[in-house]
Structures are given as structure tokens and as C-alpha cells.
Design a protein around this ligand. Sequence first.
Ligand SMILES: Cc1cc2nc3c(=O)[nH]c(=O)nc-3n(C[C@H](O)[C@H](O)[C@H](O)COP(=O)(O)O)c2cc1C
Length: 393
Amino acid sequence: MDTNFLTPYRFHNGLTVKNRIVMAPMTTMTSFHNGMVTTDEVAYYARRGGGPGLIITGVANVEASGKGFEGELSVASDAMIPGLARVAAAIHQDGTRAILQIFHAGRKSNHKILRGEQPLSASAVAAEYPADSEVPRAMTAAEIDQLIADFAAATRRAAAAGFDGVELHGANTYLLQQFLSPHANRRTDQWGGDLTRRMALPLAVIAAVKQAAAAVERPFIVGYRLSPEEIETPGLRLADTLAFATAIRDLVDYLHLSMGSYKRSSLNDKQDTQPLLAKFAAITAGHLPLIGVGSIERPADAQATLDLGADFAALGRELIREPNWVQKVAAGDAASLRVKLSPADMAELAIPPVMQDYLRESFGEVIHFTTNARAVADYQAQLAPMEGFEKKL
Ligand SMILES: Cc1cc2nc3c(=O)[nH]c(=O)nc-3n(C[C@H](O)[C@H](O)[C@H](O)COP(=O)(O)O)c2cc1C
């Protein structure tokens, strides 16, 4: 079988990556109350550094109002840099590159997480999922200017901490996606309106972040993650996100989809059975690399992801269960890959106790515990848990 995913990749700006396997961003829920890195978190990344070409961290908020859940990383102040530097160093083993994922949760937060403050968003419209989502406050023009500056400052801090790049989290219904979405964005000023106008905020953030990246004196990459569709009406449809991908394909260094299955086709248009990955690959080819993701467990899945047109294959849950995935496959030992998670292996896998709880409570059916007979195979034909947040955290 082909294992093209073990070949290196060179970005336009000269950054080289040793293979095409990416660790998908996965929050560990293990940071301190203020978003500072904990030693448990460093150990979790150290256990996984060295195999994948790229490791993308769990998401970090760029300002306090952007915190989406307890135990989330923060990159909102310079005080966070020393801890983040420990994460980058833990990832940087045997040439693995480190990417910090950055975001603002927007309306996907609540007043408890925000210590009494009302969540912010493009407009004062509550999310449909989960049903008890709070109504956010529409951001003022000054707050939007501040947000753009905060994304740039977060990028500067990521570089200072030694990361090789940042990923803008424009997926999973968080704030960047909220501005793009006709459901969350009902503004009538320069940041809202038709699709072109709803792209204005993500484009302004990309421009500011690229400017900060250009000031880094080594190759530093800026990736963008997006969710291909929303299921509410009004909501983002495939035509919107394909147009957005076209708009940014010469602006960022990679495009990363957020999907529960790399094979998935449209959620809204069941007649259209072409895999979404192939649709986005048609847009990214010759412009920028594409990262595919979703239920990749075996080498054949990673190869199939590349065969559909992706340049990288991101593994999420599988790298929780099997930190030595790349080393085993490279050694011809795919037979020993662990595709199930035993509760007895948690310590050996350096999974922090808070994350163990989170995996049991929010991902019990899909993390593939050896002890759970009701486990579902993959997230095919449904939103992945983080994509729509149907469970309240
Ligand atoms: C425990 C856990 C935490 C996650 N946290 C994030 C996150 O912080 N940012 C993000 O973009 N996606 C997050 N995701 C989604 C994953 O990046 C990935 O898209 C999803 O798990 C599908 O890939 P998989 O089937 O290989 O697990 C998370 C997923 C899991 C299981």
C-alpha cells in the first residue's frame, strides 16, 4: 500500500515538514483557570511530539471575552508566553512542527464561563445548538477593531513562544465563523450583509495576522480552519464556504477542514455524494495545501485522504489512543496500532485526568473505549461533537 503521507512537504515560505500526518487540534481542558499552561498539558504534548509532521494545539483564546470553556488555553497576554514555550518545546522533538490554534468563542460561551459577562458575537442572536444557548451582545465597531488587534498580538506571542505558526480557528461555529454565517451575523454595517460583506471580518483578521507573521524572522505559517456547512436555516452552505476558500486561498498558508469523516459528503444536500474533501481540493490545488480530517485510524485512511486531494491527513482521536502512530507505521508495524482506548492505559498515554473525564462525558460513544460496546464507528453523515457543540460542556 502507498504511504505517501510519510513524505516531506515544503511550504511556500520555506518551512519544511517531515511528513503529511498532522495532529488535529484537541483541547485538553487542562489549562489553569486563567488559561496558563499546566505541567500535565506539557506532558501530554511531549508524549505525542516526534511522530507527526505538524502538531496543532488545542484552541487558545486571544482575549478573555473569547473564552469558550473551562481549562482552555489562553494567549491573551504576554504572561502566557513562558507556558506556551514549554508546549512548543515539548512538541519540537525529532523535527515535529508546532502550530498554536487561536480563536474567540463568541456566542459559543456563556456568562458562567465569562465570570458574569454576556457573550459577544456579530449580532444578538443565540445559537440554535445547544437549545439553551445564551443571547450574545452584538460587538461594537471598537470591539471589532480590538479583536483584530488581539489576533495579531496572539500571533506575535505564538512566535515569541517558539511556535512555527498559528491556525485561525474559523470552524466549529466560533466567532470567525459567526461573522461569516448568515445565522449569527445580521449586521448592517461594514461587517455584515451579503456573503462578501460577511467575509470582511475574517479577511481583516487574516490580514492583521499575516502582517504579524511577516515580522517574524523565520518561516512562520498561518493556517485557516473552517467548517464546510451549517445545518440551521439561515446558515452557511457549501457554496458559501467554497467561495470563502477561493477568497483566502492565496492569503493563508494552508486550509484545514473540520469534519467528522474524511469521506463525508454534504450534510444539507443528500443528492450530492461527492466527498467534500474533493470539492475543496479542486479549489486549493496549485494554491495552498489542504488538510483533510475525520475518523482517520489506519494507514489506508490516511492514504485515502491524500488520494481525495488533501496534502495532509490530520488525526485527532487516533493520536490520543496511539501517540506512536507515525513511528509504528514507518517501521512497518501497523498491526500494533491501538485503535481503541483502554481506561487502564490513560496514565501511560499521558492523558491528563481532566481530559480523561471530558473524553468519558463528551466523547464516550466516539472515542472507542475498549469497555464501551455501544461505540459508533465514526462521525460519518453527522456533525462531529466539536463541530456543532450539541453537548453542553
Ligand atoms: C477531545 C477533543 C477535543 C477537540 N478540541 C478541538 C479544538 O480545540 N479545536 C478544534 O478545531 N477542533 C477540536 N476537536 C475536533 C478535532 O480537531 C477533529 O476535527 C475531530 O476530532 C475529528 O477528527 P478525528 O475523527 O480524527 O478525531 C476536538 C476533538 C476532540 C475529540
